[in-house]
Design a protein around this ligand. Structure first.
Ligand code: ADP
Length: 985
């Protein structure tokens, strides 16, 4: 700015640099004083004129400043701070300033020049003039100049005084102008008022004449009469309006009278609605029971067969008493014989006393044995009666069972179906065969089932009646598939697997679901990265295969060492890449800067392994963004190579983590970024040059699932979908939510080796002992056995409601409980915050925070705690609430995602009692959590017996993988059958 100000002045050509090397002090002082004043004032044209007269002096001073660097800063600052006044200064036309020759300054300067001229003339006339004289002359000239400048100062201050006066006068002038304006306005107003007055006067006189006219004749056409008529009409209209309003008021009051009856009807309707809802839920229950009915039916007929066998056994047993009877008769015969012999002996009068004695004892014995025989006879008879009764009962129950079974099979009404139904089915099957939509073998099998009136083919037909030809075909082929196949070949590709490589719930799902599917008769295999930080001691028979699988990455092939081993009975392949970046040699699972590269490499290598191993899986199931690349890789690269037997299932365990990266990074694993970086494929919603791995898997998979039905709904919304809601909506047909289960072998309090004392729902003593053990271990107060202990085991991330977890600690303390937290955070500031809390409560007798990951300790906390807190902001499924219940710790949760599908409030009367298992709250705030905790504490303290029943009920709930695995099985089968159907169409 300083240079700008100076150059502007220099540009005007008023430089004195050629004549003076330093500015005179007075000149500087003057210029600064003048320029400051100018900045502070709003100048009138007159002032401007005065200023222009001074301009050469100011400009001179500014030029001096431009020469003196020391002064630049000061001037520049002032120049910039007073930009506006300076600009007005700069825009002043310089010509005006130059042309004004009447300036006082100029007078002083000209007198100096005159003196100089005289002196110069003298010098010419007297060339021998002395130096001292010259100096004296210059001094004189200087004095004159100083005098002139002082004069100038005076004149300027006078001018300022004058200027103040002028300003004053100008203000007064402006005031006077304003007053004149007001006066003129008032005059106009007065005129207007006068006009109005006149008008009013004429109006009054005309009204008077109307009044007078009332007594005389009225002119109908007169404007007043017309106006009057108008007024009357208006009046009439108003009356009508009032009438209408009255009617409306009456209506309203009638409605008000009807209100109570309407309310009554409303409440009746609500009651019937509730009833209908409960009927609906009953009906839904019945529908779900119907599926199991068939199995029950089969079980019943098995029972009938068993009972029949029992009956046969019973008949054999019944024969035994009759054998006894036969023996009795034989004995009787013997007795008779002996009696005859005795009689004979008596008749022959054998006179022997001994013999007589013998005879008497014999008689006694005979009497005794007769008596015994009679008694046993009685006993046998009563036993036979009992047998007969039980046989009758057995027959009755057999009949009952038969009837029940008959009734149930009638419900399924196979026989009730007309022959026409079966014939139509046969024709459909034949049609498909002729159209070559099904193979001869499939047709044979389906016809056989139809011929035998198999309930499954009837169900398949009824279920697919309204569906497309393609879907119908898939449903029927599924029947032949399940009849011929010993099970499916399912391969999970994942980044975690419990217990060897677990970060969260994903690890539990891989082993839990894998084992459940294996139990159902499927061939299950798992592919994992070979991390350096895995728990190798939990892998059985681990060994490296004598093979190297080469996989593509970044334009070349890299070797991968393949390891195999079993984890809890599941066969697992581990991939160890020989890549210089040592992708899985980092001492941790996730959170590396190159995670996108690490896992896209792994996905490619995993599919390559399956391809090179010549596997022909039915299902490849990938999980979360880390292995989401498998879906596009499979369909884009490997299907074209003929590796296409499988359907791809993708499960997203948490939509918060989607695996996004610059589009260019996708190229590394061999995917075609130009084809895939499109809004309907892998392009991320946030930027056009970003790709999204989860989006790719949703688009390219045949089945897409998430981990609970409620979460599946939540992610279809803008807030829940994290940018993927539209993608999920457009692929909604293949998207479903299946609630996770838990591994009930790993989480079983009656066999758990980690806990201090094993226990079960039938014997809760062990639970109390575990509570005491953990209090002792963590140095918590043990004085009150009944003091409730609240547990919390979690990753400390915002999703889990960390602010509410913090609140829960204080709330538990306030309510008189104890609190144990086990968790760690990948987010540094959260970890720090909890470290502070942990330190604060370091030696507190009721609170303990353990900020680490510790699987063994987690078992102890589940077993020891009475309540378990999960205040998540969102929760895709959540396993901890299920594990907690299995260990008899009652969950207190926020109603969201999978928590909403597995925890039902004990105080919610709309929920059937058998499902009530915990405490829930909706609002994600401290108030909501506090009130749920208060209710739980009250229940615990006031009703210990009912609390114990709740604990036992929770422990007996079935959260095993069985039913969830069946749902996955169903999805897989349907997808495989559909693919087979599509291959034939
Ligand atoms: P998420 O997968 O979101 O972490 P889940 O509730 O689905 O949450 O699964 C959490 C699993 O991780 C549970 O088995 C739980 O016991 C375990 N877990 C979480 N934090 C810890 C920890 N600090 N120490 C030991 N186990 C933990």
């Amino acid at each position: 700015m300083a240079s700008v100000a100076c150059s502007l002045v220099l540009g005007r050509g008023f430089s004195c640099a050629n004549t003076l090397t330093r500015p005179p002090i007075a000149c500087l002082r003057l210029s600064r004083a003048v320029s400051c004043k100018m900045r502070n004032r709003h100048l009138s044209s007159q002032q401007k004129r005065q200023q222009f007269k001074r301009a050469p002096t100011e400009q001179l001073s500014l030029n001096m400043n431009a020469q003196s660097h020391d002064n630049i800063g000061c001037e520049a600052e002032e120049a910039s701070s007073a930009g506006a006044s300076h600009s007005s200064q700069i825009t002043i036309p310089s010509n005006d300033a130059e042309s004004d020759s009447n300036s006082e300054t100029d007078v002083a300067v000209s007198s100096f020049e005159e003196t100089n001229m005289i002196e110069n003339n003298d010098e010419q006339e007297h060339p021998s003039i002395r130096l001292e004289d010259l100096i004296a002359m210059i001094r004189n000239a200087e004095k004159t100049r100083v005098y002139a400048l002082e004069e100038l100062d005076k004149i300027l201050s006078e001018k300022e005084a004058l200027q103040a006066e002028i300003n004053n006068l100008e203000m007064k002038l402006a005031e006077t102008d304003a007053r004149i304006k007001v006066a003129a306005q008032e005059k106009i107003n007065v005129e207007l008022l006068e006009n109005q007055l006149k008008k009013l006067k004429t109006e009054i006189s005309s009204r008077n004449s109307i009044e007078e006219g009332k007594h005389g004749t009225l002119d109908d056409e007169s404007p007043l009469v017309l106006e009057l008529n108008d007024l009357r009409k208006e009046n009439a209209l108003l009356k009508d309006d009032i009438q209408m309003l009255k009617l409306k008021v009456a209506d309203v009051s009638k409605t008000e009278e009807r209100l109570p009856s309407l309310e009554k009807r409303h409440s009746l309707l609500e009651a019937s609605l509730m009833e209908l809802q409960s009927q609906l839920s009953n009906a839904q229950d019945n529908v779900s029971r119907l599926a199991s009915l068939r199995y029950e039916c089969k079980a019943l007929s098995d029972k009938v067969e068993n009972l029949q066998a029992l009956f046969n056994d019973a008949s054999i047993v019944m024969d035994q008493p009759s054998l006894g009877l036969q023996q009795y008769h034989e004995l009787q015969k013997k007795v008779d014989k002996i009696e005859a012999l005795v009689t004979e002996a008596t008749v022959s009068k054998f006179p022997s006393e001994n013999f007589q004695h013998y005879d008497e004892t014999l008689r006694e014995k005979i009497e005794l044995s007769e008596k015994r025989l009679w008694e046993s006879d009685q006993e046998i008879h009563s036993q036979i009666q009992l047998f007969q009764e039980s046989v009758r009962e057995f027959h009755d129950s057999l009949e009952r069972l038969k009837e029940e079974s008959k009734k149930r099979s009638q419900e399924l009404s196979l026989e009730n179906l007309p022959q026409e139904f079966w014939s139509r089915l046969l024709l459909i099957i034949d049609g498909w065969l002729l159209e070559k939509k099904i193979s001869v073998n499939d047709a044979k099998m389906l016809r056989e089932m139809t011929w035998k009136k198999d309930a499954r083919i009837r169900d398949a037909y009824l279920a697919s009646r309204s569906k497309s030809e393609h879907e119908k075909l898939a449903t029927f082929l599924k029947l032949t598939y399940s009849r011929t196949s010993p099970g499916m070949h399912i391969i999970h590709i994942a980044a975690e697997m419990a217990p060897v490589a677990k970060v969260g719930g994903l690890g539990d799902v891989i082993s839990g679901l894998g084992k459940a599917l294996q139990r159902k008769g499927h061939m299950v295999e798992i592919v994992l990265p070979k991390y350096d930080c895995m728990q190798y001691d939990l892998i059985a028979d681990m060994k490296a295969l004598d093979v190297v699988v080469e996989s593509y990455f970044d334009g070349r092939l890299f070797s991968n060492k393949i390891w195999v081993g079993t984890i809890e009975g599941l066969p697992v392949y581990f991939i160890e890449p020989h890549h210089p970046a040592k992708f899985f040699w980092r001492g941790k699972y996730y959170g590396e800067h190159d995670d996108f590269k690490r896992f896209s490499f792994f996905s490619r290598a995993a599919v390559e392994l399956l391809y090179q191993a010549g596997k022909k899986p039915d299902i490849i199931h990938c999980h979360d963004w880390q292995t989401a690349f498998v879906a596009p890789l499979y369909w884009d690269i490997y299907a074209a190579k003929g590796f296409n037997s499988a359907r791809i299932c993708f499960t997203c365990h948490n939509f918060e983590y989607q695996g996004t990266a610059p589009a260019s990074e996708l190229v590394s694993c061999g995917l075609d970024v130009h084809q895939l970086n499109r809004p309907d494929r892998m392009q991320d919603h946030s930027a056009q040059d970003k790709v999204n791995a989860v989006k790719g898997a949703i688009v390219f998979s045949n089945i897409v699932t998430t981990v609970s039905p409620t979460y599946a709904q939540e992610v279809r919304t803008i807030e829940g979908g994290r940018g993927l809601h539209e993608t999920l909506k457009s692929h909604s047909k293949k998207f479903v939510g299946i609630l996770n289960g838990i591994d009930t072998d790993a989480w079983n309090p009656s066999t758990d080796n980690y806990i201090s004392v094993q226990y079960s729902a039938d014997d809760l003593q062990g639970k109390a002992e575990n509570k005491d053990a953990i209090r002792k271990r963590l140095k918590l107060s043990r004085s009150e056995g009944s003091q409730p202990l609240v547990g919390c085991i979690t990753r400390l991330v915002p999703q889990k409601g960390v602010h509410l977890i913090r609140h829960a600690i204080y709330c538990a303390l306030e309510l008189g409980g104890q609190f144990v937290l086990l968790g760690s955070s990948p987010v540094p500031h959260i970890q720090r915050e909890f470290e502070d809390i942990a330190n604060h409560f370091q030696s507190h007798s009721h609170i303990r925070l353990l900020l680490k990951y510790d699987d063994a300790l987690s078992h102890l906390i589940y077993a020891a705690s009475d309540m378990f807190i999960i205040p998540s902001m969102f929760e895709p499924c959540g396993l901890t609430q299920m594990i907690a219940m299995r260990y008899g710790s009652v969950p207190i949760v926020r109603k969201t995602g999978g928590l909403n599908d597995s925890v039902f409030d004990v105080d919610d009367n709309t929920i059937p009692e058998q499902y009530q298992n915990g405490f829930t709250f909706v609002a994600p705030d401290e108030q909501g959590l506090s009130s749920a905790m208060e209710r739980a504490f009250q229940h615990y303290i006031r009703s210990p017996e009912s609390w114990q029943q709740l604990v036992q009920k929770d422990m007996r709930l079935d959260f095993s993988w069985d039913s969830s695995a069946s749902q996955y099985e169903e999805l897989y089968e349907r997808s495989v059958a559909r693919a087979r159907a599509a291959a034939r169409v």
